[in-house]
Design a protein around this ligand. Structure first.
Ligand SMILES: Nc1ncnc2c1ncn2[C@@H]1O[C@H](COP(=O)(O)OP(=O)(O)O)[C@@H](O)[C@H]1O
Ligand SMILES: [Mg+2]
Length: 284
């Protein structure tokens, strides 16, 4: 089984590079020494502490780790939804941390799909209108054949005229997935896409994500706290305290469960070894 590096001990700079599996394959997106701090002074939160990672094109990567370890921050910065404090994010050969707002908006529209845990559908619009929204906003014509393929693969053909409140959670998430894929983005980010779904809907959603990687060559980066969800991925990365502490090819559910337990144990040990932090006013 893979050893988890101690959370207080930063891994070697290029964790991904240590795996032959990820060498000699085209990279979709890469973080180089990526740092993200929230706030300043004593109250600074170090959400990303110098992350180095490459995500291969056409691969499905899961990101796991305890709550607050920086998973969402990584996704938001990689997707250009949030700024970084320092470091680079290489996307299609460009460092997106250097892009002007307009160029970043354009890149997000054309090359990035994002699926949120809470679906984020527009309640006043039908499923079809929601799916087509990114193109509507961009003033672009939909590829009807691609739309039809997405809708039928996702089992939404007879739900297109329904509004979100007339759809089940699983159906809403499938609409959100179709919306993320409609513009044929080069990378799809999914932040706990099955977090609000029952196990049957989860399996449907994960199955679709898996197939879109296998059959369509889609690149997917997915945050999940669920070891079973991670087992659908080609690779699982584990975060702790703003750093990558494990990088597992072909993750299995039981193995990821063990890894996560080990990470939590290490985090607890590190916390108890550190000098006791003063309690915040609200915690007293
Ligand atoms: N907008 C924000 N302002 C201040 N702190 C934040 C903000 N977003 C996240 N954080 C902090 O950054 C750390 C990482 O958060 P996050 O990336 O959301 O973790 P995860 O997704 O792994 O649960 C946490 O300590 C969190 O409280
Ligand atoms: Mg999160």
């Amino acid at each position: 089984m893979t050893n988890v590096q101690n959370a207080t001990n930063p891994p070697a700079p290029d964790v991904a590079g240590r795996y032959a599996l990820y060498q000699n394959v085209p990279v979709a997106v890469q973080a180089i020494d990526l740092v993200k701090d929230y706030g300043t002074g004593e109250s600074t939160v170090h959400a990303l502490r110098g992350v180095n990672v490459s995500f291969a094109k056409g691969a499905f990567t899961a990101i796991m780790g305890p709550s607050g370890s920086g998973k969402s921050t990584l996704m938001h910065t990689l997707a250009g939804l949030d700024s970084s404090t320092s470091g680079k994010i290489m996307f299609e050969g460009r460092d997106i941390t250097k892009l002007k707002d307009n160029d970043l908006t354009l890149l997000r529209r054309t090359s990035i799909g994002f699926i949120f845990q809470s679906f984020n559908l527009l309640p006043m619009f039908t499923a079809e209108q929601n799916i087509l929204m990114p193109l509507t906003l961009a003033g672009a014509k939909p590829d009807r054949a691609w739309f039809a393929r997405l809708v039928s693969t996702l089992g939404l053909s007879d739900r297109l005229n329904h509004r979100p409140n007339e759809l089940s959670g699983g159906q809403q998430q499938r609409v959100a997935i179709a919306r993320a894929l409609i513009s044929k983005p080069s990378v799809v980010f999914a932040d706990e896409p099955t977090g609000n779904l029952d196990s049957v809907s989860s399996a449907e959603v994960l199955d679709f994500l898996r197939r879109s990687v296998k059959d369509l060559g889609q690149t997917i980066i997915m945050v999940t706290h669920d070891a079973i969800a991670a087992s659908y991925a080609d690779r699982a990365i584990v975060f702790a305290d703003g750093r990558i502490v494990a990088d597992q090819p072909h993750p299995q559910a039981d193995q990821m469960g063990e890894l996560l337990t080990q990470v939590r144990t290490n985090a607890l040990a590190a916390a108890s070894a550190a000098p006791a932090a003063p309690l915040a006013e609200s915690a007293r």
